[in-house]
Design a protein around this ligand. Structure first.
Ligand SMILES: Nc1ncnc2c1ncn2[C@@H]1O[C@H](COP(=O)(O)OP(=O)(O)OP(=O)(O)O)[C@@H](O)[C@H]1O
Ligand SMILES: [Mg+2]
Length: 727
């Protein structure tokens, strides 16, 4: 078994796997002795990096591993069966034939499979889509302006387009190519660096030389040698110079490769190659494109630098595209020289992304309501937008993350140093927006590390922080946060969320962050899993955080949200917890009533009344009765079977001493119903109105009752302070 993507993910792991399978088949076919059956699947697996295979331990386990074994068993000799996820990830660069579905043990449905036939392109690459170009007018204008300037001034220029994967660098280059193609007066030569690392020295430049000399992969040495000679002789008149150039070009097309500009001969090779480019540009203005320069080897970067620095008196535009990592490797790239510029591509605006989605979905296929959510998740990245659209159009729903996007981001994260990656993961636990506080104590070091991550466009430092004394950062893209978070083993998430919660608890105004706090606590409980022990104290904290979050939402008039918080808090209450449960139920009833969900509000008040009855709390009974009656009093629905008995009952136990006040009492025509104010203080006022004159209870310290006579607490005196007091 071969595993691609572990321990380090690449954005094209599925493609690498299928290409490897094709290469294996080809090699074995050449030998002719062995039959080969191959199965390839793509998905999540649990990887054990230090598994002792000789002791029968597995390096990988999971459903995709089992499925791969089934496909391999089902594949006829010489076939490479792949599953749907693999086909989707690779269909743009690999050709497949249909194959009959495979019925496998342990699977209810047959597995859909395809048979890999051959690669469509010799090396991996993203095929550009044909959706119309959206936005980017300014960038194109700048590109065209540079072209004109190079032609006019006849001096080399370096222009580097920098941006995160999928933002549209290559697309812009091809827009310019189309322009110049129409004009017809420029020579366009392009090469691309590959992500396969060493061993592909000068690869992109090799492609350029091949393109110009017309040498093909399949050419034998003599033929290639002749092509190089002819191409050079056509542009350089001097025979001795032709011979010199040929000698230095041959290694680039795969002949005499020992000479490939190594060691002290490099200076001479650079001079020869540059001379060739100058000779070309003398005939016709030249655009040299270096795509994906972030993957280039140092030698190639040096050469590009050399050309821009040394060539003179000729119109050469060196156009490069690179992800921000390049600037990490070469901080001075594209700067510090008069003839070099870098353009940073930022995400498309919301409107532009919407236009792009409009083009991707023709209106009849766009599922209703899909746009808004996708718009947000695409975050202005055209590649993400395309992949999300493809997922929806293929009928795979709109909830997930396309494998291609996940792979792309995972590969970016895996390209980071281990401590940087861990820092991002910890930040991802805090959220899309995060602060340095929960990430560690060594502030200067943290700031430095985050600054480096900001340069590589993973995060952004915000100018203002919403937490005093804390530097605020945010992930540049939600999906980066999501994927970083997903990479944290589930077992470790709980402790990380607890740490984040602990940090929030330590803030001076923690109530303001109650929502965030409860979120962390809930995640912690979720990931603590079945065997994770959740202490009583923790539950108490969570309930408190949820209640605070509910109160906060209520005060901001976000009633359904508030109801949600209270509901979750109630669900966490241990059975039979007396005080807080009643308070929460009353708060929930109130929030539901305000949210307009009268039916559930009444149900909740009835439950609250029942609980109050059982624990003998007259105060709560009264509040439940009034809550229940509140809206009814207005609609005069006296026929309700519960209303009158409930009010009577409350009255009997003297929780309500006065006649229910005549509505309307409060401002804005509010009725005499408990808990109708938008903040606690006001709520206290209203309750005072309700419980007018019932001041026989013990003195209260704070909260709703602090501002007026309190409701009497009947029943078995429970030596504890009332829950409301704790607020
Ligand atoms: N402005 C745009 N309007 C419409 N489609 C776009 C635009 N920009 C990019 N695209 C499309 O989005 C996809 C990704 O763009 P592109 O390949 O140029 O990204 P990139 O920045 O080169 O990414 P990488 O760093 O991975 O090479 C392509 O299919 C491209 O056609
Ligand atoms: Mg590109």
């Amino acid at each position: 078994m071969a595993i691609f993507g572990a321990p380090v993910a690449h954005e094209d792991d599925p493609e690498r796997a299928v290409r490897a399978a094709l290469a294996i088949r080809e090699e074995l076919a050449a030998d002719g002795d062995l039959e080969v059956h191959i199965g390839v699947t793509t998905g999540e697996a649990l990887i054990t990096l230090d598994a002792r295979i000789e002791k029968g331990e597995h390096t990988a386990s999971g459903d995709s591993v089992n499925t791969a074994a089934r496909l391999e068993a089902a594949a006829p000799a010489g076939s490479i069966f792949v599953d749907e996820a693999t086909r989707r990830a690779t269909e743009r660069s690999i050709e497949f034939d249909d194959a009959p579905p495979v019925v496998a043990k342990g699977k209810s449905d047959p597995i859909r499979v395809w048979d890999a036939v051959r690669p469509r392109t010799p090396v991996a690459g993203r095929r550009a889509s044909d959706t119309p170009l959206v936005g980017r007018e300014r960038e194109l204008t700048l590109l065209r302006g540079t072209v004109d300037r190079v032609q006019r001034e006849r001096e080399p220029q370096l222009l580097t387009l920098v941006g995160v994967p999928g933002i549209g660098k290559t697309r812009l280059v091809s827009e310019l190519a189309r322009d110049l193609d129409r004009r017809g007066d420029w020579l366009w030569l392009e090469g691309r660096s590959l992500p396969y690392g060493e061993g592909a020295t000068f690869w992109a430049f090799c492609e350029i030389v091949r393109a110009f000399t017309g040498v093909l992969d399949s050419d034998r040495d003599e033929r290639a040698t002749r092509k190089v000679h002819d191409a050079v002789a056509a542009i350089v008149p001097e025979p001795s110079e032709v011979a010199w150039l040929e000698r230095h070009l041959r290694p680039l097309v795969g002949i005499d490769t020992d000479d490939l500009g190594s060691g002290d001969r490099r200076g001479e090779a650079f001079a020869a190659w540059r001379r060739l480019l100058e000779a070309l540009a003398e005939e016709q203005p030249l655009v040299l494109v270096f795509d994906d320069l972030h993957w280039a080897d140092d030698a190639l970067l040096d050469f590009v630098d050399h050309v821009v620095d040394w060539a003179s008196g000729v119109p050469i535009l060196v156009l490069a595209t690179a992800r921000p990592d390049l600037l990490d490797r070469r901080p001075g790239w594209g700067g510090g020289r008069a003839n070099a510029t870098a353009i940073r591509l930022s995400p498309l605006s919301l409107e532009e992304t919407a236009t792009l989605f409009g083009a991707l979905f023709d209106e009849s296929t766009a599922p209703r309501g899909v746009h808004d959510d996708l718009l947000e998740r695409a975050g202005g990245n055209p590649f993400y937008a395309e992949e999300f659209a493809r997922m929806v159009l293929d009928g795979l729903g709109d909830g997930g993350l396309p494998g291609s996007v996940q792979g792309l981001i995972a590969a970016r994260l895996d390209g980071l140093a281990l401590d940087e990656k861990e820092l991002l993961q910890n930040a991802a636990v805090v959220g899309r927006v995060f602060w340095t506080g929960p990430l560690g104590d060594d502030r200067p070091r943290l700031d430095e590390a985050l600054h480096a991550l900001a340069r590589r466009e993973f995060v952004r430092r915000e100018r203002r922080s919403s937490i005093a004394g804390e530097t605020e950062y945010s992930f540049r893209h939600t999906l980066i946060r999501d994927v970083a978070y997903e990479q944290i083993p589930k077992a470790r998430r709980a402790e990380k969320h607890l740490a984040a919660a602990g940090w929030i608890e330590s803030l001076s105004r923690r109530e303001d962050y109650a929502e965030m706090l409860s979120w962390h606590y809930l995640r912690a409980v979720e990931y603590a899993g079945a065997d994770g022990v959740v202490s009583e104290e923790l539950v108490e904290r969570i309930v408190r955080a949820l209640r605070d979050a509910g109160d906060r939402a209520l005060s901001l008039h976000a009633y359904p949200l508030a109801a949600g918080f209270y509901e979750r808090a109630i669900a966490l209450q241990p059975d039979g917890a007396p005080g807080p449960g009643r308070e929460l139920l009353l708060a929930l009833g109130d929030a539901l009533a305000r949210a307009g969900d009268q039916e559930r509000a009444r149900e909740t008040f009835l439950t609250a009344a029942e609980l109050a009855r059982r624990s003998g709390s007259a105060e709560h009974l009264a509040r439940a009765a009034l809550g229940y009656g509140g809206r009814f009093v207005w609609s005069r629905a006296w026929g309700d079977p519960h209303l009158v008995p409930l009010l009577e009952e409350a009255w009997r136990c003297r929780a309500i001493r006065t006649r229910p006040a005549r509505p309307p009492v409060g401002p804005a025509g509010r009725g005499p119903v408990a808990g109708h104010a938008s903040n606690r203080a006001a709520r206290g006022d209203e309750r005072r109105g309700v419980a007018n004159g019932a001041a026989t209870g013990r003195p209260r310290r704070a909260g709703v009752r602090a501002r007026g006579p309190a409701l009497r607490e009947h029943g078995p005196a429970n030596g504890r302070s009332a829950p409301g007091d704790r607020r």
